[in-house]
Write a protein that binds this ligand. Structure first.
Ligand code: SF4
Ligand code: SF4
Length: 315
């Protein structure tokens, strides 16, 4: 299946960082984890497919087996979506029908001060542990006789994780452009495995998050780059529930996070569901609202290849 003419291009991160004067982020531990991902995980993306094919009773049983495995490996959420051309990056082609989307939570307490090295490291740690989960899931699928492909949370993915996760029932898009999960909130990362193993699919959910976002503006108030919009943008198309989308001005956001430990302020300040999702104190001294440091933002930069519809909000 080929991408839709409407699909966005995969974002050329390295070129883009170069266009804003490079990343001003030097964190030894984060670099070490990235190196570990390249060295220990990338070579395990491929594997031998068992010649003996296991026949599951039906696609529901197959989905349940896959989900049980993924949750036992430490994921916070897993769902299955049918892949459509709009879910594939522009110019790419895939041969698999289903995406098993996996989410893993980041620890709230690591985001209690933002931006910070601690929050950037937590993000990388979860990229690694989530990477292990999707690799083990791929090994499981191959061991049952079905080919599949790992779409690691870090790296050159062929599919768009966010629309697939929305179709797989992960939650709703928040004003800040990240998915808000009814239990994990917005502090989680996504990876997936794509396969032809016949699986029952999940559906999108309406958890009342869109209505909540329309009344709350915490992320907008605390965004130092003023990249988060006041209103929805009818020109930007509908989300999976038929609402006009909120569009973050990435030309303002990206230069800021490239200079400030990947920023992330909009995630821990998000107040969805009274922060039920932030309850991971486990004896650690922390509050429900982070310590936020807001600096003067750099000039906006508009990349030549746009990641998605690009509104230049409040310019
Ligand atoms: S990451 Fe920072 S700059 Fe970007 S939208 Fe969130 S708060 Fe704003
Ligand atoms: S902070 Fe408020 S407006 Fe922003 S995404 Fe969270 S719930 Fe929505």
């Amino acid at each position: 299946m080929r991408s839709s003419p409407e699909s966005p291009f995969a974002f050329a991160w390295n070129e883009w960082y170069a266009s804003v004067g490079g990343r001003n982020i030097k964190i030894k531990e984060a670099n070490r984890i990235l190196e570990d991902i390249k060295q220990y995980q990338y070579p395990r993306f491929e594997g031998v497919v068992n010649k003996k094919v296991t026949l599951f009773k039906d696609p529901i049983e197959a989905k349940n087996r896959v989900k049980d495995l993924v949750l036992s490996l430490g994921a916070g959420e897993v769902g299955v979506a049918l892949i459509e051309p709009e879910d594939i990056y522009q110019g790419r082609e895939i041969f698999e029908k289903y995406a098993i989307v996996v989410g893993q939570k980041m620890l709230w307490r690591e985001f209690s001060k933002v931006p910070s090295k601690k929050s950037a490291i937590e993000c990388l740690k979860v990229y690694f542990t989530l990477g292990e989960i999707v690799i083990k899931l791929a090994e499981y699928i191959r061991s049952h006789g079905y080919p599949c492909k790992v779409e690691h949370p870090v790296g050159d993915s062929d599919v768009l994780h966010i629309p697939l996760a929305l179709k797989a029932g992960f939650g709703e898009l928040g004003r800040h452009g990240s998915i808000i999960h009814p239990k994990m909130g917005p502090l989680f990362r996504l990876g997936s495995v794509i396969t032809d193993l016949p699986l029952a699919t999940d559906g999108p959910i309406d958890a009342g998050i869109a209505d909540f976002c329309d009344k709350c503006k915490a992320c907008r108030i605390y965004c130092p780059a003023k990249a988060i919009p006041d209103k929805r943008s009818p020109e930007a198309g509908k989300d999976h529930l038929g609402n006009d989308r909120y569009i973050v001005d990435t030309g303002k956001c990206f230069p800021y996070f490239a200079k400030n430990n990947y920023c992330s302020i909009c995630l821990p300040v998000c107040v969805y569901n009274h922060k039920e999702w932030a309850r991971d104190f486990e004896g650690h001294k922390t509050g429900l609202f982070p310590d936020v440091k807001m600096l003067e933002p750099p000039e906006p930069v508009d990349p030549e290849i746009r990641k998605h519809w690009y509104p230049k909000i409040n310019r």
